[in-house]
Design a protein around this ligand. Structure first.
Ligand SMILES: Cc1cc2nc3c(=O)[nH]c(=O)nc-3n(C[C@H](O)[C@H](O)[C@H](O)COP(=O)(O)OP(=O)(O)OC[C@H]3O[C@@H](n4cnc5c(N)ncnc54)[C@H](O)[C@@H]3O)c2cc1C
Length: 807
């Protein structure tokens, strides 16, 4: 065995091998995959092999689509038989929400490039005459997906990787991984030691155990999952065309033809599922292991499956597979670097690894080798979780995620597992005031306030909370509103080199005067956007950085890993130490003035400045900045004083008609101001020039990470461009991922949007080629199957001169 390899991958399931193949294809052949048994002897060998195109997410659809494009030609590329069956699939829909989801997904299909049609019950039966369509109103027919032999696919990619120079070592368990003083890794195995620059954890259900060798943990758990194989189905015998795979949410199952028999896989709902080695560790000896079958658990669902395809009833059950399947806390796999551990990557946590193995490998390989992936990896980055994701949280979420596999994902729908995990001291008080919370990075954050007890009727269209959000928005624009955003990530950055350090790793210039605030971005060497932080200079050597709640681990990692050993800087995560109250609206100054002796007038407290003041007897950090585009302050008291400050503000605000508001309203208010969002408009896919953020770069301040690449791009001009638009929408608004058309050609994709309640316009952002970016350009956006005319705008529709902010 070689003793050195640039990259070592631990684990030879489809995820590890998919990565190996794509690393080699991207030009890195100095990579060694080590597998303790045979390739595929973890979860992969027993998988049912389905590769669906229909997944509820634009970037994940791209991951699946890459597999469905590569797998059919893998045999030709490598000579390995993979048994690709281009069966297509039909997902059945029973409700108008299912149908809207199909419409939304068809927009994604048009963008990503796979074929999808929405068909009625008659057409479903004409394609698959065995289906009973009772209760079905539509089907999502995806024509480019199929199924294959998972072992064949894995061996095909393994053979391809070897042909390109990669190394595979089988029957060799990795027993430990240690950091060397050189910064490299020492990978101990049963057959000797390998030194590697980079290690990737692709150990499937064992990944948590491997992660713990390098002092980290993984938010995933291993579930059991069954499928049964029936005896011959009379109606399948003698057919010359294979049936599409049927996915039925009512039976929570997939049904597919396997020669003359059927495979029925069940995702039994929450409460009946079982975990394998729940949060403990599977035994290393586990190899090609199946668990005892538990048909009783499946029976209610199998019954429904047989009602759906009555021909299955007489086929009998020939074999039952019950195998292990890993689940992350929120569903998608863990693809990316590990916080605080240099050169250690994750490629695990996939519950649809057969469908995802190739695509996950492709985009992760790009990230590892070139610094960025061409798709938005925000939702797969393992740093999307933090320390709050403990054993109880993980188990609850893993079970929930398993049970939700066939549930139509509705916008805004809240699920209870693992909640509340992180709360501010105001949580109970706000609940009593009707607050409906949503969860971000474990935090419960106000979403909207139900003042009359109504519950949201989740929908892809404007729903019964539309007018409630309008009232919250109007109150902020016309009077004053209060919002608990304590989940904001907060870091104190101190030390003699703090300013130089931040200027080196951020694109904007740090405030030259104490009290100044800047919005700035952390870029990759390629100039792509990694993070967005707001920095306030609180002292000569003291900076206070704020970031999105969801970016707490990520931006801390960007800061810590970006620091050079020689730089004398302390970076401290103080997220839990301080609360945040957003006080915003034209009357906010009058409210705050009742509680502080500090002058709040613009000549002494300018927009984009911050300082320590006393409010209601509490010394706090007050920043004159907000994301809703109004006169206002963010107040950051010690967490222990948050409630006292809130109570005082609430009392002081009464005479001005103050309201609580939530994140639904924030989205409406920020889109009126054309404020971009990290993770949506600002992602690893794009640069500051692409996203029209050049005003936040200071090229003249000296070198900073990403400067050279940005300058180079400036010379050439961007190839994509963010546009802000209003559109003639009907009863739904842009959510992101909708296709943008010029005539019949898809020319772009929306990133986010919403209804601007104050300006009474439907608004959104999209990336399009630069020739479509001129103000006044007319484009069409497809919303739930309907084309809506959009007009590119030059300026924010609300207060383009920032008069309100500066008032
Ligand atoms: C019954 C069933 C049906 C399924 N059907 C489908 C389907 O139709 N479509 C789909 O997309 N997904 C399906 N899945 C899910 C799919 O099987 C998994 O998502 C996928 O196999 C995960 O691949 P992996 O490479 O991450 O893990 P694994 O296949 O488990 O690979 C991890 C590998 O790492 C090795 N390893 C671990 N520790 C070490 C170590 N210390 N040293 C060396 N090697 C190590 C293991 O031996 C193993 O081979 C199904 C799952 C089940 C249980």
């Amino acid at each position: 065995m070689k003793t050195h390899s640039r990259i070592v991958i631990v684990g030879g399931g489809i995820m590890g091998v998919g990565l190996l193949y794509h690393l080699a294809e991207e030009g890195c052949a100095d990579v060694m995959l080590i597998e303790k048994g045979e390739l595929t002897s973890g979860s992969t060998w027993h998988a049912a092999g389905q590769c669906p195109s229909l997944v509820g997410n634009y970037n994940m659809a791209k991951i699946h689509h890459h597999g469905n494009t590569l797998y059919p030609k893998l045999e030709e590329l490598t000579g390995q038989y993979v048994s690709w069956h281009a069966s297509g699939g039909i997902r059945l829909g029973r409700t108008k929400e299912d149908l809207d989801w199909f419409r939304w997904m068809r927009g994604i299909a048009n963008n990503v490039g796979f074929r999808m049609q929405i068909i009625g019950p008659d057409e479903i039966r004409s394609i698959d005459p065995l289906i009973n369509t009772d209760g079905v109103i539509a089907g999502a027919w995806t024509l480019d997906d199929g199924h294959a032999d998972p072992t064949g696919l894995t061996n095909g990619m393994a053979r391809g990787a070897k042909n390109m120079g990669a190394t595979i070592v089988r029957h060799n368990r990795v027993t430990d991984i240690k950091a060397l003083p050189s910064g490299e890794w020492e990978v101990s195995t049963e057959k000797g030691t390998v030194t590697a620059e980079i290690v990737v954890n692709a150990a499937g259900c064992f990944a948590r155990r491997v992660a713990q060798w390098v002092g980290t943990d993984l938010p995933m758990c291993n579930m059991e999952h069954h499928y049964v194989v029936t005896g011959p189905v009379a109606e399948y015998v003698g057919r010359d065309k294979e049936m599409p795979v049927i996915r039925d949410p009512h039976a929570s199952c997939y049904i597919r033809q396997e020669q003359d028999c059927a495979v029925i896989g069940i995702y039994e709902h929450v409460g009946m599922t079982q975990a394998w080695a729940p949060r403990g560790f599977p035994n290393w000896d586990s190899d090609s292991e199946l668990f005892p079958e538990d048909l009783e658990r499946l029976m209610p669902w199998l019954g429904r499956a047989m009602e759906r395809v009555p021909g299955l009833e007489n086929a009998g059950i020939k074999r039952v597979f019950n195998g292990a399947i890993s689940h992350s806390a929120d569903g998608p796999p863990l693809l990316g670097p590990v916080a605080g551990v240099k050169n250690f990557w994750m490629c695990c946590g996939s519950s649809f690894g057969i469908a995802q193995g190739a695509g996950a490998g492709k985009y992760l390989a790009q990230w590892m080798l070139h610094g960025d992936s061409e798709i938005n990896m925000t939702g797969y980055d393992p740093r999307r979780f933090g320390g709050y994701a403990n054993d109880d949280y993980m188990l609850a979420k893993g079970f929930q995620d398993y049970g939700l596999t066939y549930i139509t994902p509705l916008p805004g729908e809240e699920f209870p597992a693992g909640r509340p995990s992180r709360t501010s001291p105001l949580y109970d008080k706000l609940c009593q005031q009707g607050c409906v919370h949503t969860e971000t990075f474990g935090w419960e954050r106000p979403k909207w306030f139900s003042l009359d007890g109504r519950e949201e009727e989740y929908s892809f269209r404007r729903n019964n909370v539309f007018e409630v959000i309008r009232d919250e928005c109007m109150a902020v624009r016309q009077r004053v509103g209060l919002l608990d955003l304590s989940g904001f990530a907060k870091y104190d950055i101190n030390g003699p080199d703090a300013g130089d350090f931040l200027n080196r790793i951020c694109a904007n210039r740090m405030p030259t005067k104490v009290g100044g605030i800047v919005l700035t971005h952390i870029l990759s060497e390629n100039g792509r956007i990694k993070g967005e932080i707001t920095v306030t200079r609180l002292g000569d050597d003291h900076y206070y950085a704020l970031s999105a709640a969801a970016a707490e681990t990520r931006d801390l990692d960007h800061l810590v890993q970006g620091k050079l050993d020689a730089e004398n800087v302390d970076i401290i995560n103080i997220t839990d130490d301080r609360g945040v109250l957003v006080l915003a609206g034209p009357r906010s100054r009058e409210v705050l003035a009742k509680l502080t002796d500090s002058s709040l007038e613009s000549d002494s407290f300018r927009w984009l400045t911050g300082k320590e003041i006393t409010v209601a007897g509490v010394s706090l950090r007050a920043l004159r900045v907000n994301y809703v585009g109004e006169l206002g302050w963010e107040l950051h008291p010690p967490m222990a004083d948050l409630e006292a400050v809130y109570d005082a503000l609430w009392q002081a605000g009464e005479e001005f008609g103050m309201v609580n508001f939530g994140l639904y309203a924030v989205n409406s208010l920020r889109i009126e101001k054309a404020y971009r969002g990290w993770g949506d408009e600002l992602t690893n896919e794009v640069t500051m020039l692409d996203s029209d953020m050049e005003r936040f770069i200071k090229f003249d301040k000296g070198d900073f990470v990403g400067r050279e690449a940005t300058l180079k791009q400036r010379g050439k001009g961007p190839t994509t461009r963010l546009v802000y638009f209003d559109l003639d929408a009907g009863e739904s608004d842009v959510r992101g991922s909708e296709p943008v058309y010029d005539g019949d050609t898809v020319v772009g994709v929306t990133t986010s949007g919403g209804y601007g309640h104050f300006v009474q316009k439907s608004l959104g952002f999209a990336y399009v080629p630069p020739e479509y970016a001129g103000p006044g350009t007319r484009l069409e956006v497809e919303l739930l199957g309907e084309r809506c005319m959009a007009t590119v705008r030059q300026d924010p529709v609300y207060d383009p001169q920032n008069k309100c902010l500066k008032a």
